[in-house]
Each structure stands twice: as C-alpha cells, then as structure tokens.
Design a binder for this molecule. Structure first.
Ligand code: PA5
Length: 412
C-alpha cells in the first residue's frame, strides 16, 4: 500500500508529530484494537474446521460495528473469490428488508451469528426474536458479545456456543476481532492474510516505516484545518470498495463527531464515501466548483488482475469513441481516476491524496482497514475528542427504550 500526498505539509511540525506519536503509543496500552493483528486466532480456526459442512449460509444478526466491517471485507473479495458459504446481514428493522432476506435463505442450511457487544441492541435482538421463534435449536446459533452481557447470559441458558470480544475493543474498531473474523473465516476468507496485512501497517507506523510520516502528516493537516476542510471525501475507484466506504463513514463519523473533551465546542470532519467512476457523474461537480470545504482521498487498485477489454469495433455514428477500442477496463478506470485527480490538482486549492492498494485480496483490505483505524485515532487525539465513545448515539437509544416501555404499558 502506498500513500501519495498532494497538499503542502508544514515543514516545522516535527515537535507536533513527536507528541502525537507518543500519545498514540500511550493509547495503545489501553485501547484493544491496536493489538488485534497479533492476536491468537487458533480458537476461531478450530471452530471453523469443525463447522457443519451442510451449512450453506452464514447469517449475521448485528448492526453498526457488529456488521459493517465483515460486510466490507466480504463484498470487497466477492468478485474475485467464490465464497465457501454465502454471507447475509440482517441489520435493519425494515420489515420489507427482513422478509426479502428471509426469502433468500433456507433456514435449514443457515447458521446464525448473533453479534452484539452490548448484547441489548434493539435492532439485533428484535430480529433475533423473530428468527428464534422459527428456528429455536441452540446449535443453529453462535453468539458474539461481551462477557456477562444479557446476551451472554441468554446464550449460556440455552447452551449455545459463545465467543467474547477482547477487552478494550469497541464496536466500530472490532472488524479484526472475532466479530469480523468469525463470519469471514466461515465463508472461506483467509483471516491470517487479513491480519498480516493489518500487521504490516501497524509495523510500518510504530517502527518508523513507510506509512508513519504520511499518516502523521495527514492527521495533523486534517486536524489543523478541520474547520476549513470540514468534509473528508473518500473517492474509491472500484465497486469492490462500496461497503468499505460505508464502514469508513461509520468509523470516522461515530469516532470523530463529538463535543471536545473539557470544552463547549462541537467538532468533527464529515465523512463522505464516493465511488468512481459513477460519482464523477454526480458529486464531482460539487468538489470542483463547490465550496472549498472538502479534502479528497482517492483509493485506487494498482492491479485488478483482469484483462477484460473494450472490443475493437467501430459503431456507426460512434466513430469518435473508437479511441476506446482495445483498452482494458483496468487501464480505463485507472485513467479515469488519474484524469479527475489531475483536474482537481489544477484547481490548486483542494487538499488531495492517493492511496494505492496492490490488488483485491485479504492482505490489501487488512492494510486499508488498519490504516483507517490508525488515521481515525490520530485525528481524534488532535481534535481532542474521545474517539471511542458515542454518547450522541446512546441518548437516542435510551429515548427509544423509554418509548417502547410506554408503548407496551398502553397496549396492556
Ligand atoms: O461502534 C459502535 O460502538 C456502534 O456502532 C455499535 O457497533 C453498534 O451500535 C452496535 O452495538 P452492539 O454491538 O452493542 O449491538
């Protein structure tokens, strides 16, 4: 993975970088996700090895940090790697979505992973109740939750298999824990490679490697100019990254949109996930000519490992497009992103950078995930927020639970 930065870095920020690096080293001693790349995954691998070979579908019941990471990795790899089993996600209380998903899976050939760190998330538990009534054998379920959560106690009562989140790992930072690894491994994803990609970025950052400077410089830039460039667009040139974008929006938004620690100020950099070339035909106009409030990160795949080519044919009236003849789609999409980047560079006042990932495989997505987790932690330090809580989300959940209580009393 490479990161090319196309905005001016202030040269007199060595002290700032050193302070930031020390703060992250300190944080690493208490925040669990930093050490996930080196975790022991033997328990997961054993479980996968013994898993019932008649099961064709793995069904995740979870939302937010309990589903988006696995979905990002699964959808990234799907076009190049036929999954061992299909992975489905019940994430929404939208009844049409629930019915639609149910119509796609045969319950007898499905295994359900109920994933909730807190164990009491309304979306997850309401869907679980619905499914449990139809499929109530404990052997059809595996639970992933915090030790001693209400869900853990329920799972113990029915004697179902349970995995626990490692200490200090928050929901949106949990994709490289059992939360993401178990569903992915059950579908044939090479989780060792995934972790080894993540570890490469970790090593590079913490041991003076190739990504340390760019990560520190980028974080300082985003933090320093967060009131000017208050929108961060991730412009990924591959459909495979659509769900990675969703994961990034959650990670960035829920971690960085906060009231500052010991302060009255509300801060945050709004994340936007764009996919090229589609969004060249929509959002790009706003970037080129709109308010100068956005920084843009292009993500490009260096080698699609695919030779699909535009045929060498001339069509009547469309002769002017014969310049497309014989070009591979790989080269075409790369030229498209390069052209947009060049056009934006010409504007001269839009902060730009490029992330190049080698190819579509586990190692690459592992790198990208860890890179964004680190970047989020770095920016969080600098804009002085608690990156790992989500009080804004919690208050809505409490109000909902009160409403549900009242609703139940009225019905009685
Ligand atoms: O990052 C977070 O903490 C949240 O997005 C949670 O993952 C989400 O709310 C789901 O919570 P839980 O895993 O407790 O069901």
């Amino acid at each position: 993975m490479k990161n090319r930065i196309h905005f001016n870095i202030c040269e007199r920020q060595e002290d700032e970088k050193a302070r930031l690096f020390s703060a992250i080293e300190l944080e690493k001693t208490t925040i669990g996700y930093y050490n996930l790349p080196e975790q022991d995954i033997n328990g997961i691998l054993e479980y996968v090895k013994e898993f019932n070979s008649d099961i064709e579908n793995i069904v995740v019941l979870g939302i937010g940090g309990s589903s988006l990471g696995a979905k990002a990795v699964y959808e990234f790899l799907k076009p190049v790697k036929t999954p061992l089993r299909k992975l489905y996600f019940f994430e929404s209380t939208d009844p049409l979505n629930i019915m639609d998903l149910l119509s796609k899976i045969e319950l007898e050939k499905s295994h359900f992973l109920v994933i909730s760190k807190s164990g009491t998330t309304v979306e997850t538990i309401s869907i679980f109740k619905y499914l449990y009534l139809r499929q109530s054998s404990a052997s059809n379920y595996t639970f992933i939750t915090d030790k001693e959560s209400a869900l853990d106690k329920f799972a113990k009562d029915i004697e179902a298999k349970t995995f626990y989140l490692p200490a200090g790992v928050g929901g949106r930072f949990s994709v490289l824990s059992v939360v993401g690894l178990l569903p992915l491994a059950l579908c044939g994803v090479n989780i060792k490679e995934l972790l080894s990609g993540a570890n490469r970025v970790k090593e590079s950052f913490f041991n003076d490697g190739y990504l340390k400077e760019s990560l520190l410089n980028k974080a300082i830039f985003y933090a320093k100019y967060h009131t000017t460039y208050n929108i961060n667009c991730l412009f990924a040139y591959s459909e495979t990254l659509r769900y990675f974008s969703e994961w990034y929006v959650q990670l960035w938004g829920e971690s960085l949109g906060k009231k500052q620690c010991n302060s009255a100020f509300h801060v945050g950099v709004t994340p936007i996930g764009l996919i090229g070339p589609k969004d060249q035909h929509s959002f790009l106009q706003l970037i080129v000519e709109g308010t100068r409030d956005k920084s843009i990160t292009f993500i490009k795949i260096e080698d699609f490992q695919n030779e699909l080519t535009v045929p060498d044919i001339t069509l009547p009236h469309l002769e002017s497009l014969d310049m497309l003849n014989g070009i591979t789609f790989h080269d075409l999409i790369t030229m498209q992103s390069d052209s947009v980047l060049e056009a934006l560079k010409m504007q001269g006042d839009i902060p730009l950078d490029e992330i190049l990932i080698e190819k579509v495989d586990e190692d690459s997505i592992g790198q990208l995930i860890y890179y964004y987790e680190l970047l989020t932690s770095l920016v969080g330090q600098l804009i002085n927020v608690n990156t790992y809580n989500q009080p804004g989300v919690e208050s809505g959940k409490i109000i909902l639970k009160n409403k549900l209580q009242k609703n139940k009393k009225v019905k009685k």
